[in-house]
Design a protein around this ligand. Structure first.
Ligand SMILES: Cc1ncc(COP(=O)(O)O)c(C=O)c1O
Length: 444
């Protein structure tokens, strides 16, 4: 009863974000008002339920606010409310291709020639020559038989497990895999085994247990690079275990495609296991041109031809979602062309070494090894957010991560290096860390 009274009397407030223009705000208000008069108790119940959750997020201190960029995604960015020309150290723009002139020009040409979108899914009338060309080039880049495009890697991960695996199969997943792998696995009917993060003994234990069940297919699924720590999965050992227990290996190369390994093919190239990893999912939204806020996004699967053929027939995010827009596809082709010879991969490796060694020499502790994701470990959540704010005052855009995104007491500032940073940018960032770190007694 009390609950019902609360619902009926709950104040109808409309919290429109400042991004709504006046017209849009008025439309939302009139929509909400007309809906409220049609079904007052249902709407007020909805508001109560949702607002309670929003409040819980605020109370838990995990509210994520979004800074508004007024510029393209690049090494130097403008953020609303801050001085222009901040140095950006937190995008996944690993190779600086998000606003590279050749990538942008390719998108513009495609926009002129092929239009803005397809208004169709691929199998109805949404496949253009740009799509088939990009699929062929991605397969060749990753040295696999075939490729299929998705609207995002999140979709590729959502599609894979449900399409390939049934209740006769089993999947083994690192506990810290990306949310999209976790969700993708939830959607499938296979038996699920979650092994401890990077723990080979635990993986073997789970493979052993599964052996007696006589599963039709067994698939080990792991991020090749884990984005919070920049740590790399021990793929050599994982592939050995998979071979011993007759399992397949799937990796998510989102934080590796284009820049890890001698020619940027990914962790499978770095660790010499290209022949042993059967299926790869990755993104067009990080090294291959895009990042948050940029136009270029998309994802893909590469692997054996029959796997790709089956995904084309059955994968729900592929079958029931519009084709990638032509400009996006053309931007990705241009980006792929720029990464192909591995020069940019070498450049980001050098810049990463420069940042990591200078920061370590200055006395900071960095997580991970060699990867351009460089978590500067602070520990305390409050201090981490203070330092991130003060870095902004020094002209450096970096972001702090704390619980629940990372374990309690392991708060850090995740610095991301790009091949587009100059040596001077990197030195400036280190100097800013030293200035702020000294102030808080983190370094001498
Ligand atoms: C490991 C991993 N997999 C998948 C994704 C999803 O990629 P996309 O942005 O293409 O959906 C991300 C992006 O954050 C990621 O870090």
């Amino acid at each position: 009863m009390a609950q019902a009274v609360r619902m009926l009397t709950s104040k109808v407030t409309i919290r429109c974000g400042s991004t709504f223009r006046n017209g849009a705000r008025a439309r939302v208000r009139s929509l909400m008002t007309s809906c409220s008069s049609r079904c007052p108790s249902a709407v007020s119940a909805l508001r109560t339920v949702v607002e309670q959750q929003l409040e819980e997020i605020h109370i838990a201190g995990t509210w994520k606010s979004e800074r508004v960029l007024r510029s393209a995604q690049a090494v130097q960015i403008d953020i609303r409310g801050h001085d222009a020309g901040l140095l950006n150290f937190c995008a996944n723009n690993y190779l600086g291709l998000s606003s590279h002139p050749e990538v942008v020009a390719a998108g513009q040409r495609a926009l002129e020639r092929y239009g803005a979108g397809l208004s169709s899914v691929r199998f109805i009338c949404g496949t253009q020559e740009l799509h088939t060309q990009l699929e062929e080039e991605l397969a060749a880049f990753h040295r696999r038989e075939a490729a299929i495009l998705f609207s995002s890697c999140f979709d590729a991960n959502a599609a894979l497990f449900e399409t390939l695996l049934s209740s006769e199969d089993a999947v083994f997943s690192d506990e810290l895999n990306h949310a999209s792998i976790i969700d993708g696995i939830r959607l499938c009917k296979a038996a699920k085994y979650r092994y401890k993060h990077l723990d080979l003994a635990d993986l073997e234990e789970k493979l052993k247990v599964a052996q007696s069940h006589g599963f039709r297919l067994k698939l080990v699924a792991t991020d090749s690079v884990f984005s919070m720590d920049g740590d790399v999965a021990p793929l050599r050992e994982i592939c050995q275990l998979a071979e011993a227990y007759e399992a397949l290996v799937f990796i998510d190369e989102c934080h590796a495609t284009g820049f890890i390994g001698a020619t940027g093919r990914g962790v499978d190239e770095l660790l010499g296991v290209s022949e042993k990893v059967t299926i790869i999912n990755s993104t067009l939204g990080k090294a291959l041109g895009g990042a948050a806020g940029a136009m270029l996004k998309g994802g893909f699967t590469v692997g054996p031809q029959p796997v790709v053929d089956l995904l084309r027939q059955r994968a729900r995010p592929y079958l029931f979602s519009n084709a990638l827009p032509p400009p996006v596809t053309a931007c990705a082709l241009a980006a792929l062309n720029l990464v192909d010879d591995g020069t940019l991969a070498q450049s980001i490796a050098e810049k990463t070494r420069r940042f990591r060694s200078q920061m370590s020499d200055a006395g900071f502790t960095l997580g991970g090894k060699n990867h351009p994701i460089c978590p500067v470990m602070i520990g305390d959540a409050k201090l981490t957010s203070t330092i991130a704010e003060e870095m902004l005052d020094q002209g450096m855009f970096v972001v702090g991560f704390s619980f629940p995104v990372v374990p309690r007491g392991a708060a850090r500032i995740r610095v991301q290096i790009s091949a587009a940073h100059s040596n001077a940018d990197i030195d400036e960032c280190v100097n800013a860390f030293v200035t702020v770190g000294r102030k808080h007694g983190l370094v001498a």
